[in-house]
Design a binder for this molecule. Structure first.
Ligand code: SD4
Length: 321
């Protein structure tokens, strides 16, 4: 069997040899091509996956499934990285980023959105009801309100307390996700074999006001090409944006890599070019054949996979051990 260096040295030929394996295996789960509905989410997201599965099991679309799925953590006040209860920026404002992409290559996104509990549904409305892909800040809020979304206070007492505690030192270090985190990227395959994805977050806690991460950027936090597969990312968005992470994963799969190989290579693209020692980035991917991939820079990235009627949390392989 070829080793990894040899594999990579084959250059374009490598893409013609998709059955070769190298590097980490995702988990103990059999990663054989599979048919039937699949849902995969960053981090421990059993309930979000269940909401997506409920849609798929009634024959619903992958697009409806991912929207329904990620709305669960958006509305959960105890999830401090997404929607309601999300930790604020350094000025105490909860600002949200989200995007969604369907099997036809349509995409919608909102960035720097305040006061709306379900940014993913606003992103979907941007996709379906405007000629644009992305709306930001006050414009996104005005659009949401015009669409009938309710204006709400998303800063919970608990998140406000944490922010006030942070203000005592106000030290900002974008070190992220060495601990478990909850920003959700979700990919689903429906019974027709169509793939869609969604990603939603309150971004980095105590970020600068106006900061936008990778999560709402098509090609960074999320990318879907229904002919090939989909990918999403979590972790320090600046590293994902600089490398077009999710687009890269899908393009690597197009060249013949398995989802696992593609996630590993995208992580290596970061570690070979960026300072990464204290930084976490994790990628998830699925391909058209129903195989999945998961890989991160630091150990500790887990994900939730529903496949073959089982919904479970699994550990991803990682570049650092
Ligand atoms: C961001 N990628 O705003 C997001 C944060 C994240 O798990 O994924 N946290 O950079």
């Amino acid at each position: 069997m070829l080793n990894r260096r040899r594999f990579l040295s084959l250059g374009p030929l490598a893409g013609l040899l998709p059955s070769l394996t190298f590097g980490e295996t995702t988990s103990s789960v059999t990663n054989q091509p599979a048919s039937g509905p699949l849902v995969i989410s960053t981090w421990k997201q059993i309930k979000a996956n269940e909401a997506a599965i409920a849609v798929l099991s009634k024959g619903g679309s992958a697009l409806d499934a991912v929207e329904a799925g990620v709305r669960i953590p958006e509305a959960d006040p105890n999830d401090t990285s997404v929607g309601y209860g999300g930790l604020p920026d350094r000025d105490g404002r909860v600002t949200l980023d989200a995007c969604i992409m369907d099997e036809k290559g349509n995409a919608g996104s909102v960035t720097f959105l305040e006061h709306i509990m379900h940014p993913i549904s606003v992103a979907r409305a941007v996709m379906e009801k405007t000629p644009h892909v992305m709306l930001s800040g006050e414009g996104a809020l005005a659009f949401a309100l015009a669409q009938g979304f309710k204006k709400e206070n998303l800063l919970t007492k608990e998140s406000e307390k944490n922010w006030r505690e942070w203000l005592k030192t106000a030290q900002y270090k974008p070190v992220i996700n060495i601990e478990r985190h909850d920003t959700i990227g979700m990919l689903a395959i429906d019974s027709k074999g169509n793939i869609s994805g969604a990603c939603t977050t309150s971004g980095l806690a105590y970020k600068m006001n106006g900061r936008v991460g990778d999560s709402p950027i098509i090609g960074a936090g999320l990318f879907v090409d229904n002919e090939i597969g989909g990918a999403c990312a979590t972790g320090l968005g600046e590293l994902v944006m600089r490398t077009c992470g999710s687009f890269l994963v899908v393009e690597l799969m197009r060249q013949g890599r398995t989802p696992q190989q593609a996630c590993e290579e995208a992580a290596r693209r970061i570690t070979s070019k960026q300072a990464y020692k204290d930084i976490q980035v994790g990628f998830l991917a699925v391909n058209k054949q129903g195989q999945h991939g998961a890989y991160s820079i630091q150990p500790g990235f887990n994900f939730t996979l529903y496949q073959d009627k089982t919904n479970r949390v699994l550990e991803a392989g990682s570049f650092l051990k």
